[in-house]
Design a binder for this molecule. Structure first.
Ligand SMILES: Cc1cc2nc3c(=O)[nH]c(=O)nc-3n(C[C@H](O)[C@H](O)[C@H](O)COP(=O)(O)OP(=O)(O)OC[C@H]3O[C@@H](n4cnc5c(N)ncnc54)[C@H](O)[C@@H]3O)c2cc1C
Length: 474
């Protein structure tokens, strides 16, 4: 989200007089999430079932047990000595029900941290449960950094690569594309190593596997020498920005934009390498921006033309914001307002046409206020990567937690389908096994590797069975 201050973005929006009035019409507060997102804090002593919920509350589980092994040998032992379904959880930041099972939820929270780094090959190895924030800090301490990062850094490394988590950058692929080697414990309890030269088919399948092939225990990734970035944020009429977005994506290391619904404006964000030493890191004002957009919706939602007119009067397009800091401190930010989300990745050349239609669909709903995100991602070769052999644009539509989100998939997905969109594995979507097999050239190859590694379906929950077209277990 752009870090434009409330004053800068919507001038003052007559805040002093409006806010108290609007407060009376605010939506009821979001219900508190019942348990901690990772599940590791969710097991009550003596409880027979471990209650688990993901970050947004869209996926829940009551599992027979929650396991937190300390090393790969303990994971092997678990598979050898137990029966039943095992689903891995990272930070629980996927919106889709990838994790829920009434069997065992397995967290690698105790298997975290840097294992080693190599300055001649520019690689670093991590335990798979390492959160991206810890990973970035530990890399920085040894003078290294990841090539790119997603919007937040709460995810575990294994969880992020397993769903093809990405940032933005026309020449920058998703995180898994930089992975050079993986260690995985299979459902039979074997410990396997794979890379482009060692079991290459397993490697191509395991880089993005939705946790369906086994438990990733370690990953080695390519890194860069630690680097700084400079961020610029500015507002522009969306039509003008859509015209130049592909050029901006070519000109800048990272470019993305957020469309601010019912305002006619988008916030453009670029990041480029910064070699200076001056740190400029303005306090994030995303929450204020969201609050203003929500207030505008609450106040004028029923009058979309007036809402647009007021927004245009209030927005000051001449404001820009600059930040300079270590790469990881700028690329990932905090998201205190929880939301639900759908995201699809469409072929690069169709991105702008697709987003125009998404904006039209979104603005048929007067209740929409949450900014929509548009990013660029480079192609890679993992079999279940949504970017498989396809430079892409990704379009993400959000709804704040506590607000309706059941429209996201039915209303948005038809547009994504029309533009050959491949859904983000961790974000809400309604694609079936038949849809997916048509979108992924190596779909059958992936399913063959899966069947070989896990013939009895120990890693499959109902969501994965449905995605892979495998009958639900009795
Ligand atoms: C606020 C927010 C911002 C986000 N921003 C972005 C973004 O900028 N870009 C983007 O692409 N996505 C983004 N996402 C989505 C998120 O990155 C993915 O859903 C990611 O998978 C979450 O990582 P996690 O550690 O929470 O994994 P979980 O959601 O816990 O698990 C994801 C998958 O990984 C599997 N898994 C976890 N650990 C292992 C393991 N050790 N071995 C095998 N499988 C494992 C799980 O079984 C599951 O299938 C965002 C989500 C949120 C809530």
């Amino acid at each position: 989200m752009p870090a434009l201050s409330r004053r800068k973005a919507l001038k003052t929006m007559a805040a002093a007089s409006l806010v108290p009035t609007l407060g009376a019409h605010a939506l009821p507060a979001r219900a508190a999430t019942a348990v901690a997102p990772t599940g590791s804090a969710a097991v009550a002593s003596g409880a027979t079932k471990a209650a688990w919920s993901n970050w947004s509350g869209s996926a829940k589980a009551a599992s027979a047990s929650l396991q937190t092994p300390a090393d790969a040998a303990a994971v092997q032992q678990l598979f050898r000595e137990t029966t039943g379904v095992v689903r891995c959880v990272g930070a629980g930041h996927s919106f889709t029900p990838l994790v829920p099972t009434d069997g065992t939820i397995l967290s690698l929270d105790r298997m975290a941290g840097l294992i080693g780094h190599n300055k001649s090959t520019m690689t670093a190895s991590f335990h798979a449960g390492t959160r991206l924030a810890q990973l970035s800090r530990q890399l920085d301490l040894v003078g290294m950094g990841l090539r790119n990062l997603p919007d937040i850094d709460a995810q575990s490394f294994a969880g992020a690569i397993s769903t093809a988590t990405h940032g933005t950058g026309a020449e920058l692929p998703a995180l898994h594309a930089d992975v050079q080697a993986l260690q995985i414990v299979t459902p039979r309890g074997e410990l396997l190593e794979c890379s482009a030269t060692k079991q290459p088919d397993l490697f191509a399948a395991a880089k993005v596997s939705l946790g369906s092939l086994g438990v990733l225990t370690q990953a080695t990734t390519t890194v860069l020498p630690a680097y700084g970035l400079q961020r610029k944020v500015w507002l522009k009429p969306v039509e003008e920005l859509l015209q130049i977005a592909p050029t901006l994506a070519q000109q800048h290391r990272h470019f993305e934009f957020y469309y601010l619904p019912f305002t006619g404006y988008a916030a453009a964000i670029t990041h480029d390498v910064y070699t200076g030493t001056e740190v400029v890191h303005p306090e994030a004002a995303d929450e204020e921006m969201l609050r203003d957009l929500r207030h505008l919706r609450d106040w004028l939602g029923r009058f979309p033309d007036l809402r647009r007119w007021v927004a245009k009067k209030l927005i000051d397009p001449n404001q820009t914001e600059l930040a300079q800091d270590r790469s990881w401190k700028l690329l990932s930010t905090q998201r205190p307002t929880k939301f639900n989300e759908t995201e699809c990745h469409v072929p690069r050349e169709l991105g702008i046409a697709c987003v125009r239609e998404i904006i039209q669909v979104l603005e048929r709903r007067n209740d929409v206020f949450f900014p929509m995100e548009f990013r660029f991602i480079k192609a890679d070769d993992a079999w279940l990567s949504p970017f498989y052999q396809r430079d892409s644009c990704s379009i993400a539509v959000h709804a704040a937690v506590g607000e309706p989100y059941d429209y996201l998939v039915p209303e948005i997905a038809p547009v994504f389908r029309k533009f050959q969109g491949r859904p983000h594995w961790g974000k809400l979507h309604g694609h079936t096994a038949a849809d997916l097999s048509a979108l992924y050239p190596r779909w059958k190859d992936f399913l063959a590797v899966r069947a070989q590694l896990d013939p009895t379906g120990r890693m499959l929950n109902p969501h994965l069975r449905s995605l892979f077209g495998i009958a639900q277990s009795a």
